[in-house]
Design a protein around this ligand. Structure first.
Ligand code: G4P
Length: 281
């Protein structure tokens, strides 16, 4: 679903998340491990403010594992606890519950010291921009399929708690926030990873960005995938060479640049070039 974020939508999304925050003890901020900065909401610190928060780097199965480790170490220096997970296969689920428990221990201990017996499970909300895997994570933690409400801010239904074992409860509707679109490079990264639809940005521009990035950071993967002994420096030549090798041709045998762009982006998103990370330290 293509989402159009207007100032009114953003204000409403922020209001809805703020309302949900009143109900919970802890926030799970879900981001895409391939772009852990670019897939963050720009106002997340302000919106979540003083609630305990754990950052979940989802789709870690698709991200460069060395870079993911570097990000986790970096976030630790910012006093942000980050965990790499893969909601599709379920990797990291136990760690999420354990980390939440650890983080909330002082709060619950304080309550117990005051004579309040631990009254209920920890309550959590998942927040994140569209397509980072919020529904997949909720379903994975719930152990069953919960229907998706829709990506549009403002689509509401009665909220329910989903039990995750005995110790954790999740709000069944995640908090949906918008990405940082002001920064052109962030837009390209969101598009390259498929977080925003291909109709939003020009496909060839996105592929130019992706190929330049791969040339700089993953030259060997690019060489191997498209059988280059050396990568052409000129971007048009690079498109031409990939197009010829892969049969992305229009009538008359000329290279069809749209087809090349589609092919390269499909290859990236289906891991034909291996595990890639586009946000780098
Ligand atoms: P959202 O609620 O945050 O909008 O995201 P959603 O769960 O719908 O997930 C978006 C896409 O990401 C889905 O792909 C989902 O399967 C995939 N996904 C979620 N978590 C992971 C993960 O940990 N690893 C991998 N590899 N993929 C993950 P999809 O159903 O194919 O949708 P689409 O690609 O057609 O949009």
């Amino acid at each position: 679903m293509t989402i159009q974020w207007f100032p009114g939508h953003m204000a409403k999304a922020k209001r809805e998340v703020t309302e949900k925050l009143k109900l919970i003890d802890i926030v799970f901020e879900l981001v895409d491990a391939r772009i852990p900065l670019s897939s963050r909401n720009p106002l997340i610190d302000e919106i979540v403010a003083n609630k305990p928060r754990i950052m979940l780097l989802n789709k870690a199965d698709m991200a460069d594992p060395d870079v993911t480790k570097q990000w986790i170490a970096f976030f630790a220096t910012q006093q942000i606890e980050a965990i790499a997970i893969d909601a599709q296969s379920g990797t990291g689920m136990k760690q999420i519950v354990a980390a939440a428990k650890e983080r909330l221990r002082p709060k619950f201990e304080k309550m117990e010291a005051k004579g309040i017996k631990r009254p209920r499970a920890m309550r959590a909300l998942i927040v994140g921009i569209p397509n980072v895997g919020k529904s997949t994570l909720i379903n994975r933690l719930a152990g069953k399929h919960i229907a998706k409400t829709g990506d549009k801010p403002g689509v509401t239904k009665a909220q329910q708690w989903i039990k995750v074992g005995k110790e954790l409860e999740l709000l069944d509707t995640p908090g949906i926030l918008w990405p940082k679109f002001e920064d052109e490079e962030v837009g390209y990264k969101l598009a390259t990873t498929g977080a925003i639809k291909d109709t939003i940005l020009n496909l060839q521009d996105v592929a130019v960005y992706a190929l330049r990035f791969l040339t700089a950071h993953y030259p060997d993967r690019l060489k191997e995938r498209y059988a280059f002994s050396h990568i052409p420096e000129d971007i048009v030549q690079l498109f031409d060479e990939i197009g010829k090798r892969r049969g992305c041709l229009a009538s008359g045998g000329v290279v069809d640049y749209d087809k090349v762009a589609e092919l390269v982006l499909r290859d990236i998103r289906t891991e034909k070039l291996g595990r890639l990370s586009f946000d780098r330290l």
